[in-house]
Design a protein. Structure first.
Length: 74
């Protein structure tokens, strides 16, 4: 929601974000803008999945390269 509001307020120069509320905590203008720059929940899930799968795929590539080197030597 913060992304949409910050983008909307940038398009209309007469309107400006003054603050916000998140979980009963008052947010300043800077906090609302920084919140709007965070990735979406789907984006965070994609980043996490990428971080989890990268080591496993690298490990498989190393094992495959070792196997190929052993086959060439034989």
């Amino acid at each position: 929601m913060a992304k949409v509001l910050v983008t909307f307020f940038k398009d209309f120069s007469k309107l400006e974000v003054k603050g916000g509320i998140l979980d009963a905590k008052l947010l300043t203008k800077a906090e609302v803008e920084s919140l709007s720059k965070l990735p979406s929940l789907d984006g965070i899930r994609a980043q996490l999945l990428s971080l989890l799968s990268t080591p496993a795929s690298s490990f498989v590539r190393v094992l495959d390269a070792k196997r190929q080197a052993a086959e060439k030597a034989a």
